[in-house]
Design a protein around this ligand. Sequence first.
Ligand code: ADP
Length: 161
Amino acid sequence: MRIAICPGSFDPITNGHLEIIRRASKLFDKVIVVVMSNYYKKTGAFAPDERVELIKRVTADIPGIEVEAHYGLLADYAAEKNASAIVKGLRAVSDFDTEFQQALANKKLNSEVETVFLTASGENMYLSSSMVKQICEFGGDISEFVPAEIRDDIEKRLRKD
Ligand code: ADP
C-alpha cells in the first residue's frame, strides 16, 4: 500500500490545500493529512485540534484520508507511518527555497521517504491561509477561498464585529 503524508500548518485549511490533498489521494492508496506543530507560529487562529476537525469535515468525501496532529519531526512521523512520500504544494518561486531545504533535510533524516511536489492550480496559486485570515478579519468575502462547510467557523473566529 502506497502511503503519502500531506503536512502543513492548515491554519485554517483553504481551497488550495484541499486541491493538493484531493490530487494526492488519486496518486496514493492512503493520504495522511498532518497538522504539524513545528510549522505553525506560536499563536494560530485555530488550535491544532480545531484545525484537525476542520480538515476532517472538508475531506470526509475523499476515500483513504486520515487526519491528525503531530508534535515532532516529520521525517520520524513518515517512518512511523510507513509513508513512501511527503506531498507538498508549490505555489510560486517564493515557495521553492524553503521547500527545497525542507525536502533535503527530510531526505537526510529519513532516506526512505521522497518529497513529491504538485504545482498549485492557476486559480489557487495566490492563496494562503494568512491571506484568508487577513481578508476575513477586515470583513471581506472569503467564500471563493475556503470550503463552504467551514466558512462560518472561520468568520466567527476572525471577524471583528
Ligand atoms: P500556508 O500556511 O502557507 O497556507 P501551509 O504551511 O499550511 O501553508 O502549507 C501546507 C502545504 O500546502 C505546503 O506544501 C504549501 O505549499 C501547500 N499550499 C498552501 N497553499 C496552497 C495553495 N494555494 N495551492 C497549492 N498548495 C498550497
